[in-house]
Design a protein around this ligand. Structure first.
Ligand code: ADP
Length: 447
């Protein structure tokens, strides 16, 4: 087991990882920018190292500073959290070259899954169902037209190097295709420095369903069921739940089994998420995230397993603590992402939190790094906390969520809490009847 883990992140996830380390009796080091000197995880860590000024590129993305912090403090492993360097293959390679363990998969696995065309090819080879589309990058308009005609309109053009929902264009007819191809390529080139694009069938009303997987790096793979993250705004997840209201036990076992086998065949190590669009009973792979996800707590709630403990165990060579048959699903869990944003316009609302009171009671978990008097710096993501509610079934979970939202107080800044108070009373949400476009339509109608 590791003696000392350096946490290369900030906010709620830094605290989340720190808690897991403390439970396992592992010493902690956190790195932080000058803007985060007062953060909760900095106060709670055994050691902290200031690695630079507020902009992420000079601090949380500064690989040399982080490696230096490991060497100064004698950390033997790094947990990257999510975002920042968590899916940076070069970072994983550099740590390995310094004999520091990256708590995550190998640089090679990160690289394969970071290139969307390569990821899709790999998924297909491993028996994971994919969206019908081009076999690789498409450059010629003639070829694009031929493929689109073959799979049928509408189609979506996506950037191979894409991320965060950027660089995607939908074409509803051959007449749209030329412009869509050109815009997607120039946007991809400008945003990612790589103008490779590919074509897929555009699914009209899918749900976003993702499977939590784990590999032990020695040929064993397990799944922890799925999460439904269909409630999104601008491709950003807002509300996540497990299990998905749309799947039955048979579908769950089937897609979970497919994913677990793929992870085993790949020789993958650590946590991963295989993301699908789901429509009319079919799953279509869209991408794999090679890290812990923001929404991992809903899986923890229904399985009772600490996924960060598992990540640390696997990375230290201790293997997984569970076999597939030990993983049981109990009840229902929902997570609301609480952002420091205007609940209508979603413009960021940094500033001082004058009062912060979290709900409690059975089935309630709040993951947050903020406190009364904390000043939210304007430089980073606006997520300030996550409310995770667990109940014996979805109805109980929703009742408890409504009650928890009523108790939650965040004064001094605007937050997305009012949005969740509206959603929890909505009939479609109560019935679990929503697709990936539902929230955007709902917000447009509210205006
Ligand atoms: P990114 O890495 O940029 O997040 P993804 O491939 O994960 O890109 O897609 C992001 C979102 O775009 C999906 O959650 C979905 O809303 C939409 N999307 C992607 N591919 C398709 C498709 N083939 N049909 C319909 N919507 C899609």
């Amino acid at each position: 087991m590791f003696q000392k883990i350096l946490i290369a992140n900030r906010g709620e996830i830094a605290l989340r990882v720190l808690r897991a380390c403390k439970e396992l009796g592992i010493q902690t080091v956190v790195v932080h920018s000058t803007a985060d000197a007062d953060a909760m995880h900095v106060r709670l860590a055994d050691e902290s190292v200031c690695i630079g000024p507020p902009p992420s590129r000079d601090s949380y993305l500064n690989i040399h500073q982080i490696v230096a912090a490991c060497e100064i403090t004698g950390a033997d492993a790094v947990h990257p959290g999510y975002g920042f360097l968590s899916e940076n293959a070069k970072f994983a390679d550099i740590l390995a070259a310094h004999n520091i363990t990256f708590i995550g998969p190998s640089g090679d696995h990160i690289r394969v899954m970071g290139d969307k065309i390569e990821a899709k090819r790999t998924a297909k080879r491993l028996g994971i169902p994919v969206v019908p589309g081009s076999d690789g990058a498409v450059t010629e308009e003639r070829e694009a037209k031929r493929i689109a005609a073959e799979i049928g309109y509408p189609v979506i053009i996506k950037a191979s190097a894409g991320g965060g929902g950027r660089g995607m264009k939908v074409a509803r007819s051959e007449a749209d295709l030329e412009v869509a191809l050109q815009t997607a390529r120039s946007e991809a080139g400008a945003a990612f420095g790589d103008d490779a694009v590919y074509i897929e069938k555009y699914l009209e009303k899918p749900r976003h369903i993702e499977v939590q997987v784990f590999g032990d790096g020695a040929g064993r793979g397990v799944h922890f069921g799925e999460r439904d993250c269909s409630l999104q705004r601008r491709h950003q997840k807002v509300w996540e739940e497990a299990p998905s209201p749309a799947l039955n036990a048979e579908e769950r076992a089937h897609i979970g089994g497919v994913c677990a086998r793929a992870i085993a065949d790949l020789g993958y190590s650590g946590a991963g998420t295989i993301e699908f669009l789901y429509e009319n009973g079919e799953f279509y792979f869209i991408e794999m995230n090679t890290r812990l996800q923001v929404e991992h707590p809903v899986t923890e709630a229904i399985t009772g397993i600490d996924l960060v403990h598992e990540q640390i165990r696997v990375a230290s060579g201790g293997g997984l603590s569970v076999r597939q048959e030990d993983i049981r699903f109990q009840g229902h869990a929902i997570e609301c992402r609480i952002n420091a944003e205007d609940p209508r316009t979603f413009t960021p609302s940094p500033g001082t939190i004058t009062h912060f009171h979290t709900p409690g009671g059975l089935g309630i978990r709040v993951d947050s790094g903020v406190y009364s008097g904390y000043k939210i710096p304007p430089y980073y993501d606006s997520l300030i906390g996550k409310l995770i509610v667990h109940g014996r079934n979805r109805v109980e979970c929703m009742m408890r969520l409504r009650r928890a939202l009523d108790e939650f107080v965040v004064d001094g800044i605007k937050t997305t809490l009012p949005l969740f108070r509206d959603l929890v009373g909505n009939a479609d949400i109560a019935n679990g009847e929503y697709d990936i476009h539902w929230l955007e339509k709902y917000l447009a109608e509210e205006d």
